[in-house]
Design a protein around this ligand. Structure first.
Ligand code: SF4
Length: 403
């Protein structure tokens, strides 16, 4: 398969499997990524597993698993879509064409699935953004059971008593989610504690993988890196045991891979500061230009606390991490990643139509520019199909400029 003949995200995953033919572990991770949604929907239809649609990141995931439910990341429907799906949101639901393509894509998918998936429950989040707030309302009208927890936001100067009040508030929110999910606000703390241990174990394994990648930077290429970290580490693709086994195997493979000093001299370490872009060709352009995504800002690198009750640990995790609200929290993570990976450049990626994302990116660009770190600020679309030639040319030119 030739990378530049590829027209669809699913083909990129197949291509990535071919490229990683030497690694059983990466093949398994890519398989898990591909089968995440179809397998969760099938298990639900057959009555084997409960499942809900949700963002499937951060605090939500251990909580939902602890309620014997599979969290399905609705954003992952992006790669299953095509332009017709976007048109459903625009023509049927009258979303303005300039609305963020991620939201339009997800709405179109829920529309198509409403009579087939069976999974009619959506855990939304009022913190997300206005387009998603609109989506929740639209889907309620279509017969979905939608629940939103309240806004999460910790201002940059919030500490001490004000932080404790936020934690207390969020503990109440967590109980509200559980009541919607199970019919009772009572949380099985033993199960939740086990899920937090699992998450901390997986985070530790991922840190080990990332450290091994510093000296074996091209073993896991860019697309597989994004899927393994931005998706898999968040929700385990709906199959926690299989995901963990794949990480164990990857650690073994990396440890048995000799360090190639020549490769280390040539490679261009990069940090990716953005969401899981669905324009998979961008990752291919990075690989072809000799870049390696060694650092990311969107993965929860902090562990859940195990010295406090598990529900409190969930709330503290929210406010102690880069998703707490103010852009400075994420910027600190980016800065640490740049230092750790000795990155030569920063790729800032966001979606067209996302106003708050573009403000953050602009602030980060300016901050790192003053520190002498080159960056490229890309705006892409969530829709399917090959990315535009202009985006690919910019990415390749940026990476090559750094070499
Ligand atoms: S990219 Fe921005 S506008 Fe789009 S869904 Fe995410 S937060 Fe909302």
């Amino acid at each position: 398969m030739d990378a530049f003949d590829i027209q669809h995200q699913r083909e990129y995953i197949e291509y990535s499997k071919e490229v990683h033919g030497y690694s059983k572990a990466i093949g398994k991770i890519l398989d898990l990524s591909e089968s995440y949604i179809p397998d969760a929907e099938k298990a639900y239809r057959e009555g084997k597993k409960n499942a809900i649609w949700c963002g499937a990141v951060g605090w939500v995931v251990p909580l939902v698993y602890a309620c014997d439910t599979v969290p399905i990341a609705f954003g992952e429907m992006g790669r299953l879509s095509d332009k017709e799906v976007m048109l459903i949101a625009e023509d049927y639901y009258q979303f303005p064409s300039e609305t963020c393509s991620m939201v339009k894509c997800v709405v179109g998918q829920w529309h198509l699935r409403k009579d087939t998936t069976g999974i009619k429950r959506i855990l939304g989040n009022s913190s997300a953004c206005e387009p998603y707030n609109l989506a929740w309302e639209v889907m309620k009208n279509e017969g979905y059971d939608v629940y939103n927890n309240d806004v999460i936001y910790r201002g940059a100067s919030v500490d001490g008593k004000r932080l404790e009040k936020l934690v207390e508030f969020f503990v109440g929110e967590i109980h509200g989610v559980v009541e919607w999910l199970t019919g009772s606000s009572k949380i099985d703390e033993e199960k939740l504690a086990l899920e937090l241990k699992r998450k901390n174990r997986l985070l530790a394994k991922m840190r080990q993988i990332l450290d091994l990648r510093l000296t074996r930077p091209l073993y896991v290429k860019s697309l597989a890196t994004i899927l393994m970290l931005n998706v898999g580490l968040n929700n385990y693709f709906g199959k926690p045991e299989e995901y963990e086994a794949a990480l164990d195997l990857l650690i073994e493979e990396l440890e048995n891979t000799p360090v190639d000093e020549e490769q280390l001299k040539k490679v261009i370490p990069l940090v990716w500061a953005g969401g899981t872009g669905q324009e998979f060709g961008i990752y291919e352009a990075i690989d072809q230009a000799g870049g390696a995504l060694l650092g990311l800002r969107s993965v929860p690198f902090k562990s859940f606390r195990e010295d406090v009750p598990p529900v409190e640990a969930l709330a503290r995790f929210v406010y102690d991490n880069q998703g707490a609200g103010a852009g400075v929290y994420a910027r600190n993570v980016i800065e640490l990643e740049l230092e750790k990976t000795k990155a030569q450049g920063l790729i800032l990626y966001g979606y067209i139509g996302c106003s708050f994302g573009s403000v953050d990116r602009e602030m980060w660009r300016e901050y790192f520019h003053k520190k002498g770190i080159p960056s490229i600020n890309l705006e892409g679309s969530f829709q399917t199909g090959a990315p535009s030639g202009q985006v690919l040319t910019r990415v390749k030119a940026f990476v090559e400029m750094l070499s």
